[in-house]
Design a protein around this ligand. Structure first.
Ligand code: 3HC
Ligand code: NAI
Length: 695
C-alpha cells in the first residue's frame, strides 16, 4: 500500500486513512489504496469491520481534477473508479465511512460505496461536478437516489450545492452524526456490528417511470432557466431519472456514457479552466515568496454612496470593524439607511439571521470626520469620480492614517499614480476596484501603481480572500482590465445598431449566447451619462479607438440616462422592467442617415463575432502592455465581474476554443472592411499559429 493510504487497527476494526493533502483528492493510488485496505480486511480473521477516514482537514474532496485534462488528451487512462467502488461495496465485512470537512463529488461517491456513513456536524457532502461541467461519474447518480430519493438527488446533482451533515442525516445520506472525536465515534459504530448493507441493493426511495419523468422535466426546466446554456445539469438529471427504468449496473453504464460526453465537451474544459484560474490569479509572478500580507483587523471607508456603503458591508460581513465617513449627516444617514435595508432584505429572504445582521451593522461606525482612521489597517476611498477630490481625500488620509496602512481607491478609471502623488507614501497606495453591488459581486480588481510595494499588493490580494472575493491584479491603465475591454465591446454593439441591427437583437444575440446581460442593457444599468463621461475622459486622454461621437450621445443629450431616468436604450416601467422603444429605433435610423451609415441586416453570428472579437482583441493588447499578467487573469475578471458565461471559460479561453487562427482571419477581414479599429493585436497574430496565447 502506498503512503497515500495507510491502515492501522483499533481492536478488530481496520482503520483505513487517506493521506493526500491538501484535500485528499482521489489521485491515482488513492482509490486503489482504499480498496486494498478493504480487501485486506476481508481475508483477516481478526478484523470484523473497516472504517475509512481522511487525514488532515477533510474526507475526500473528489476526483483529482488535474487528471481530467490528461484523460481528455490521452495522457492518462480513463477513470476506473466504478470498479474500485464496486469492490469496496462488495466487501463481506461492513465498511463505515467517517466524514469530516467535505465529501464532494467522487468523495461522496466513495462514501456511498461504503455500507454506512457517519459524520461530524460541521461536515458537508455534495455532488458539485456540474460546476466543472461534469456529472457524477462514479455512481453518484445511481447511489444517491437510492439513499436520499430522486428529488434530493436531482437537487444536489443538478445544482451542485453541498448540504450540511444534519441535512444529509435527514435525507438518509448519513446514518449518524458523531459528537466528539470522529474516529472514536466511527469505531464505536463499527463495534455495534451493523450488517453489510449495499447501497446498490436499496430501492425503497426509487420512483416509478411516470413520477421520475415528471420530476425530470421539472428539474430540467429549472436548470434551463437558472443554469442557462449548461449541458451537464440536464445530463445529471437524465442519469438520475434513469434509475426508474434501468437496474444498477445498466444505470452505471448509462451514467458513464453521459459523464464521458461531458468530459470530452468544451463546457467542462472551460469550467475546469475557471476552477484552476480562480486559484491561479492569486499567484503573482515576480512577487517574492517571502512577502507576507499584513493583517487587516480594522478598516475605514470614505464615502457612503452606492459603492462605499457596499464596501463597508463587505468588511462587516467578514467580521472586520469599519469606520464609514461622509461629508454631511444627511449623506451619512442615507448611506446607513441603504445598508440597513440591504441587511433587512437578507433577513427576510432567510439568508441571514436577525441577530447576525444586527452584529454586522454594529461593526459599521458612521463618522463625519476622520475619527478612528488612525487605527485602520486599510482605508478604501469611494468618493465621487473626480481626480481633484480624490487627491484632496488622499492628502487628508496621508495626514490621519497610521504608517503602514493600505490606502486604497475604488476609482474605476483614474490614474492610481496621480492619486498616490497626493501622499508622501505612494508605496502604500493602490486601487481596489469593487464591482456594483460591492457586497454581492465576487470580482475585486487590485490595481498597482508604479510605486506600490509588494507587501501592499500581497495584502490587497489577501483582502480579496478575506472578503470571499476573487482578487485579480491589474496594471494601472485607463479602465484597468475589465472596463478597458468593455469599451471596444460596447463600441461594436453600438456600431451594429447604427448599421441596422435592432437594440434588442444585439442584446439578445449575446444573452442567448450566455452573457448575463446584453451590452446595451448594461449601459442602461450603469448609466448612459456615466458611459458618456467616461468616454469624454478617454478622448481627453487620447485612449486609442475611442470615436469622437456615437449614437449614444443622442441618448445622453435627451436625458435618456437608462434605468434611473426611466428610459435609455430601452423604456422602463416603475419596476424597471425593460421594453424595446420604437423611438430609439427611429432616432438611430435618423442618426445613421445623417452620418451616411449604410444600413443592412445582421445574423446573430455576425453580432457575436463583432462584439466578442473586439473584446478578445483588447484583451490581447492588455497582455502585450503587461496590464494583465496572463490570459487567465482576464478570463477570471470577465467571468466574475461582467457576466461572461463561466462555461465558455472567459474571453481568452473562448478564443482558444474557437481557434486563434480563425479569430485572426476574421479580424483581418473586418480590418479590410472597417479599418484600424480591427487591427489584430500583435500578440494575437503571433499566437494564432500555435493556437494558444503566447504569453
Ligand atoms: N482535485 C485536485 N485538486 C484539488 C481538488 C480536486 N478535487 N480540490 C481542491 N484542489 C486543490 C486546489 O486547486 C488548491 O490547489 P492550490 O493550493 O495549488 O491552488 C488546493 O487543493 C486547495 O483548494 P482550495 O484553495 O479550493 O481550498 P478550500 O479550502 O478553499 O476549498 C474545497 C476546499 C471545498 C474542497 C474546494 O477546493 C473545492 O470545492 N474543490 C473541488 C471539489 C469538487 O469539485 N469535487 C468534484 C471533483 S469532480 C469528481 O469528483 C468527478 C467524480 O464524479 C468522478
Ligand atoms: P456615489 O455618488 O454613490 O457616492 C459617493 C459618495 O461620496 C457620496 O455619498 C458623497 O457624499 C461622498 N463624498 C464625497 N466627498 C467626500 C468626502 N470628502 N468625504 C466623505 N465622503 C465624500 O458614487 P459611487 O457610485 O459610490 O462611486 C464611488 C466611487 O466608486 C467612484 O470613484 C466610482 O467611479 C467608483 N465605482 C463606482 C461603481 C458604480 O457602479 N457605481 C463601480 C465601481 C467603481
Amino acid at each position: 500500500m502506498s503512503d497515500l493510504v495507510t491502515t492501522s487497527r483499533q481492536g478488530s476494526v481496520l482503520v483505513v486513512t487517506i493521506n493526500n493533502p491538501p484535500v485528499n483528492a482521489l489521485s491515482p493510488g488513492v482509490p486503489e489504496g482504499i480498496a486494498a485496505g478493504v480487501r485486506s480486511a476481508a481475508s483477516d480473521e481478526g478484523i470484523h469491520a473497516v472504517v475509512v477516514i481522511g487525514a488532515g482537514r477533510t474526507f475526500i474532496a473528489g476526483a483529482d481534477i488535474r487528471e481530467f485534462g490528461r484523460i481528455v488528451s490521452g495522457e492518462a487512462p480513463p477513470l476506473n473508479l466504478n470498479e474500485i467502488l464496486s469492490e469496496i461495496e462488495n466487501s463481506p465485512k461492513p465498511v463505515i465511512m467517517a466524514i469530516h470537512g467535505t465529501a464532494l463529488g467522487g468523495g461522496l461517491e466513495t462514501a456511498m460505496a461504503g455500507h454506512y456513513r457517519v459524520a461530524v456536524a460541521s461536515a458537508k457532502v455534495g455532488q458539485p461536478e456540474v460546476k466543472l461541467g461534469l456529472i457524477p461519474g462514479a455512481g453518484g447518480t445511481q447511489r444517491l437516489p437510492r439513499l436520499a430519493g430522486i428529488e434530493t438527488a436531482m437537487q444536489m446533482c443538478a445544482f451542485g450545492e453541498p448540504v450540511s451533515a444534519a441535512e444529509a442525516l435527514a435525507s438518509g445520506i448519513v446514518d449518524r452524526l458523531i459528537e466528539g472525536d470522529l474516529l472514536t465515534g466511527a469505531v464505536a459504530f463499527a463495534n455495534e456490528h451493523p450488517p453489510v448493507r449495499r447501497t446498490r441493493d436499496l430501492s425503497g426511495k426509487l420512483l416509478g417511470a411516470v413520477a421520475a419523468e415528471s420530476l425530470k422535466s421539472l428539474f430540467q426546466d429549472s436548470c434551463r432557466k437558472k443554469l442557462k446554456g449548461q449541458t451537464a445539469p440536464l445530463a445529471a438529471v437524465e442519469a438520475i431519472a434513469a434509475t426508474a427504468r434501468l437496474d444498477f449496473d445498466a444505470g452505471i453504464k448509462y451514467e458513464a456514457t453521459l459523464f464521458n460526453e461531458c468530459l470530452f465537451g468544451t463546457q467542462s474544459k472551460a469550467l475546469i479552466h475557471v476552477f484552476f484560474g480562480e486559484r491561479a490569479v492569486a499567484r503573482i509572478p515576480g512577487l517574492p515568496k517571502e512577502v507576507q500580507p499584513l493583517p487587516l483587523r480594522r478598516a475605514a471607508v470614505v464615502g457612503a454612496g452606492t459603492m462605499g456603503g457596499g464596501i463597508a458591508m463587505c468588511f462587516a460581513n467578514a467580521g472586520i470593524p469599519v469606520v464609514l465617513k461622509e461629508t454631511t449627516q444627511g449623506a451619512l444617514d442615507h448611506g446607513l439607511a441603504s445598508i440597513r435595508r440591504n441587511y433587512e432584505t437578507s433577513v427576510k429572504r432567510g439568508r441571514l439571521t436577525a441577530e447576525a445582521a444586527a452584529q454586522r451593522l454594529d461593526l459599521i461606525k458612521p463618522v463625519l470626520r476622520y475619527e478612528g482612521f488612525d487605527e485602520a489597517d486599510i482605508v478604501v476611498e469611494a468618493v465621487f469620480e473626480e481626480l481633484a477630490l480624490k487627491k484632496h481625500v488622499f492628502s487628508d488620509l496621508d495626514a490621519v492614517a497610521r504608517d503602514g496602512a493600505i490606502l486604497a481607491t475604488n476609482t474605476s478609471t483614474l490614474d492610481i499614480d496621480e492619486i498616490a502623488s497626493a501622499t508622501k507614501r505612494p508605496e502604500w497606495v493602490l486601487g481596489t476596484h469593487f464591482f456594483s453591488p460591492a457586497n454581492v459581486m465576487r470580482l475585486l480588481e487590485v490595481v498597482r501603481g508604479k510605486a506600490t510595494s509588494p507587501t501592499a499588493i500581497a495584502t490587497a490580494m489577501e483582502l480579496g480572500k478575506t472578503l470571499k472575493k476573487v482578487g485579480v491584479l491589474s496594471g494601472n491603465a485607463f479602465g484597468f482590465i475589465g472596463n478597458r475591454m468593455f469599451g471596444p465591446y460596447r463600441h461594436e454593439a453600438i456600431r451594429l445598431v447604427e448599421e441596422g441591427a435592432s437594440v434588442s437583437q444585439v442584446d439578445q444575440a449575446l444573452t442567448d449566447w450566455g452573457m448575463a446581460m446584453g451590452p446595451l442593457a448594461v449601459g442602461d444599468l450603469a448609466g448612459v451619462d456615466v458611459a458618456w463621461r467616461v468616454r469624454q475622459e478617454a478622448i481627453r486622454l487620447g485612449i486609442p479607438h475611442i470615436e469622437a461621437s456615437s449614437f449614444e450621445d443622442e441618448l445622453f443629450v435627451r436625458g435618456r440616462y437608462g434605468q434611473k431616468s426611466g428610459a435609455g436604450w430601452y423604456l422602463y416601467d416603475e419596476n424597471r422592467k425593460a421594453s424595446p422603444d420604437p423611438e430609439v429605433e427611429r432616432l438611430v435610423r435618423e442618426y445613421a442617415a445623417c452620418q451616411g451609415i449604410p444600413q443592412r441586416t445582421f445574423s446573430h453570428t455576425e453580432i457575436l463575432e463583432r462584439t466578442l472579437f473586439a473584446l478578445i482583441n483588447e484583451g490581447a493588447r492588455l497582455l502585450e502592455e503587461g496590464i494583465a499578467l496572463r490570459p487567465v487573469d482576464i478570463d477570471i475578471v470577465y467571468v466574475n465581474g461582467y457576466g461572461f458565461p463561466a462555461w465558455r471559460g472567459g474571453p481568452m479561453h473562448y478564443a482558444e476554443t474557437l481557434g486563434l487562427q480563425r479569430v485572426t482571419d476574421r479580424m483581418r477581414a473586418l480590418y479590410d472592411e472597417f479599418g484600424p479599429f480591427w487591427k489584430p493585436a500583435a500578440l494575437l497574430e503571433q499566437s494564432a499559429k500555435a493556437g494558444r496565447w503566447n504569453s
